[in-house]
Design a binder for this molecule. Structure first.
Ligand SMILES: [Zn+2]
Length: 67
């Protein structure tokens, strides 16, 4: 398969997010790579969403429908 640089970066980021969510779901602490604050699992998202994982400052924000 022949992916462009952009697709490689996207795939890596997607896999990173999946790995992060996997750690969180096991109860492990994950620190935001930007602000070093713990990334928290928020399952009380707005109606119609599955919640999200985000750090206190919001620089990491992952919608849980990625899983
Ligand atoms: Zn952050």
């Amino acid at each position: 398969m022949d992916f462009s640089q952009l697709n490689k970066a996207r795939a890596k980021s997607f896999n990173d997010q999946k790995a992060l969510l996997k750690k969180l779901s096991k109860g492990q602490t994950v620190l935001c790579t930007h602000c070093n604050q713990p990334v928290l699992l928020d399952l009380t998202g707005a109606e119609g969403t599955k919640g999200s994982a985000h750090c206190a400052k919001g620089c990491t924000h992952i919608a849980l429908d990625l899983m």
